[in-house]
Design a protein around this ligand. Structure first.
Ligand code: CMP
Length: 231
């Protein structure tokens, strides 16, 4: 049996890993090899700070494995979670593009490995794989849409509606059922909807008592997706 020389095999494997990234699924092997050849791999333990809001930085992080929390905070330690991202997604593109301070902080929720592209490496990729620009733009457009939806939810819904809409947003169809299986504490959920943990606890209990959701130790199942917009 023949095998590829070691370095080529490594790049080939990494290329396959990149192919699992939604952002890169439309790229061909040649384009992926260009990215792989200039990206740097780095691993972080659970609860590590990857990016800090306000700091200067110019790299984009592609999540090969693990999960991160993107959030903004204040001096009193209060935080608003903007997004949870897992393998196959990326973050850090904003400062990589405009070289302004980081717009949010990012910490790992579990041990995570990233492929990191500096601004310079990105420019190199653009020369050799120009379709990448289009793909980054598409993800940015998607993020603005999501942010618009979130602004609408924060401005127009009460906390009850925000909890309901966030649960629906996080739920994934699992064997025909809508299940939120993100490892989310009630404090995390509170930080996503801009409310206190006690309030979120009351709302989850009410939704559960009224048969809209089933709360288990590691997941929440949506039983009736017509979640009530308010109490
Ligand atoms: P950057 O500003 O470089 O560093 C923080 C990153 O968090 C940012 O790039 C984006 O990748 C990500 N980010 C900021 N705001 C949002 C948001 N509303 N939704 C998803 N990701 C975000």
């Amino acid at each position: 049996m023949t095998s590829l020389p070691p370095r080529k095999a490594a790049i080939g494997e990494r290329t396959q890993a990149l192919k699992a990234v939604p952002f890169f699924t439309q790229m061909n092997d040649q384009e992926l090899d260009v990215i792989r050849s200039v990206a740097v791999e780095k691993s972080y333990p659970k609860h590590a700070v990857v990016l800090t809001e306000g700091e200067i930085g110019d790299s984009l992080y592609m999540i090969e494995s693990g999960r991160v929390k993107i959030f903004i905070g204040d001096e009193e330690g209060r935080e608003i979670i903007l997004k949870l991202l897992g393998a196959g997604h990326f973050f850090g593109e904003m400062s990589m593009i405009d070289q302004q301070p980081r717009s949010a902080s990012v910490t790992t929720l579990e041990p995570s490995t990233f492929l990191i592209l500096s601004h310079q490496a990105f420019e190199h990729c653009l020369e050799r794989a120009p379709r990448m620009a289009n793909m980054v733009l598409r993800v940015l457009a998607q993020r603005v849409r999501e942010a618009d939806r979130k602004i609408g939810t924060l401005a127009l819904m009460d906390v009850y509606g925000r909890v309901a809409s966030t649960l629906l947003e996080l739920a994934v169809n699992t064997n025909g059922k809508l299940v939120v299986s993100e490892k989310l504490s009630q404090q995390d959920l509170a930080n996503m909807v801009g409310a206190s943990r006690e309030m979120v606890n009351r709302i989850l209990k009410d939704l559960s008592d009224r048969g809209f959701i089933a709360v288990e130790s590691k997941s929440i199942t949506i039983i009736n997706r017509e979640l009530p917009p308010s109490l």
